[in-house]
Each structure stands twice: as structure tokens, then as C-alpha cells.
Design a protein around this ligand. Structure first.
Ligand SMILES: [Zn+2]
Length: 267
């Protein structure tokens, strides 16, 4: 089945300290080959691709501008190993806006990044909004790429609502349908704003009824399939996608059609 997972991460630590475990790899430092192997053995391998955002190092962005290129080049290294499986996302650093805007340009124009994200204020410690975030949104508009913005609380969804209104030309993917316990707020924002979509990554995909409510309230055109690997299991999320109570046409939109349009992918 053709699938584009719009939301997964590259972490260079596995098990114990990391809080999750990639079953194919031993605990400890790991390299990109572990990811390539894991995806090749998964339900995504046949016709699926995974958008990779940086994972490790985002909590150290504030230490200095040298952290940002490091975390992004780690993700880019993975994508370059298996471009048939992975799609690159660029993680921004609002603590260092000038460096971020320059690097965004390089990553989108020269290194093939198709989306900006994931915006993760709760991990990195930067503000959800402010002049630096506005500049990142405007740069994404200029570079014609969507932005994936984390949301797990009503406050996150409210911030995304204001960002969508301040930047009406931005194409915003609200992660996690707004959050496991805040999906109703997330759905309301996506429903009332033409430039906001939601991705199914994380627990909302499998939490009781959330997907059904999202389908009913938003319809398939606003939903993008996402996993949040390695925090979530690839095959469980793919099987849930295959079992969604929708037509084949709607399933294709959710599985890859909307993502391909938003990221302007040639599949
Ligand atoms: Zn997230």
C-alpha cells in the first residue's frame, strides 16, 4: 500500500535512557542503519515512506547555534542512506533565528527537505509563538513547504490557531490531532481554518474513537497519516490505517494523497 508517514523521528540513543526501545537494536548509541533495517522489515517497506524529523539533541538547542546543524545533519544522513524510504524534515531553532533561517534555505533548496518540523516547544524549551517563530513561518511560506507543529494540549492548539491566523499562507500540520486529551480542541482549529491539517501520529491514532471523531468532523481531506516512530510501533499504526472505516479513495487521501499535495511530492 502506498503510504507517507508524515511524522517520525531519528534518535541516536536506544533503550534504557531513551524511554522507548527499537526492538531491532540493542540499547545504547545507534546509527541510521538500525532505522533502515527496522523500516525495511516493517509494513511500510512495501510502498511506504517515512518523514524523518530530528529527535536527539533538540533539548540542547539553547546551548548554542552549533547544535542545530548537528541535529539536522544526523537526520539528513539517515535520509541519504535510503532515500526510497525516507523524506527529510528540517528542525528549526527559534533560539538562533538567523542561523535557522539560513539553514532552512539550504536544507529546502539543496538538501531536499520537504517540511519544517517538528516544532516542539515542550522538548526544546522555546516559546510557541513570538518573533522568531513568526520568522520561521514566513520563511516556510517563502520556501513553499508545510510546517509540522506539535500539539498535545488546548494551549498548544490555541497557539496554532493564532499562528494560522497570523500566517494565512502557511500550510500547517497540527501533530497528534491536537493531542490524546485535547483532540477536540485540535479538531476545532483544523475545522475552522483552511490552512490547518492534522496528523494521526502518536496515541490518537489508536485511542478509542479519536480517529472516528476526526473523520466525522474533518473528513479525509484534512487528515494525514503519521506514526511517531520510534515512540510508536510502525505495524500497529499501519494496520489501524488499513482498518479505518472509510472508502478506498478516502484511505488513499489519508495514507499519502494529502501529504503528497502538502509537501509537493512526486510519487
Ligand atoms: Zn509531537
Amino acid at each position: 500500500m502506498r503510504i507517507v508517514d508524515v511524522h517520525s523521528h531519528f534518535y541516536s540513543e536506544n533503550g534504557e535512557d531513551a524511554g522507548w526501545e527499537i526492538p531491532q537494536a540493542p540499547p545504547g548509541p545507534i546509527g541510521p542503519s538500525v532505522y533502515v533495517e527496522a523500516v525495511r522489515q516493517s509494513g511500510l517497506a512495501a510502498g511506504g515512506r517515512m518523514v524523518i524529523y530530528s529527535g536527539s539533541g533538540l533539548d540542547r538547542l539553547r546551548e548554542g547555534p552549533e547544535v542545530l546543524p548537528r541535529v539536522n545533519s544526523a537526520a539528513a544522513g539517515l535520509v541519504e542512506m535510503a532515500p526510497e524510504l525516507f523524506i527529510l524534515g528540517f528542525s528549526p531553532d527559534p533560539f538562533h533565528p538567523n542561523e535557522t533561517l539560513d539553514l532552512m534555505e539550504t536544507y529546502v533548496r539543496e538538501r531536499g527537505a520537504k517540511v519544517i518540523g517538528e516544532i516542539v516547544p515542550y522538548i526544546a524549551g522555546y516559546d510557541r509563538e513570538g518573533p522568531a517563530m513568526d520568522a520561521i513561518y514566513e520563511k516556510a511560506i517563502e520556501l513553499d513547504v508545510p510546517i509540522n507543529n506539535h500539539s498535545s494540549t488546548a494551549e498548544d492548539s490555541a497557539a496554532i490557531r493564532r499562528l494560522a491566523e497570523r500566517h494565512p499562507e502557511a500550510r500547517i500540520i497540527m501533530a497528534h490531532i491536537g493531542g490524546t486529551w485535547a483532540f477536540r480542541e485540535g479538531i476545532a482549529v483544523a475545522r475552522s481554518h483552511d490552512n490547518v491539517w492534522v496528523d494521526t501520529s502518536g496515541w490518537p491514532m489508536v485511542a478509542g474513537g479519536t480517529m472516528e471523531i476526526a473523520l466525522r468532523e474533518l473528513g479525509p481531506s484534512k487528515l494525514l497519516f503519521g506514526i511517531d516512530y520510534p515512540l510508536c510501533d510502525i505495524d500497529t499504526w499501519v494496520e489501524r490505517l488499513e482498518r479505518l472505516p472509510v472508502s478506498d479513495e478516502a484511505r488513499e487521501r489519508i495514507a499519502w494523497g494529502n501529504a503528497a499535495e502538502l509537501m509537493k511530492l512526486e510519487l
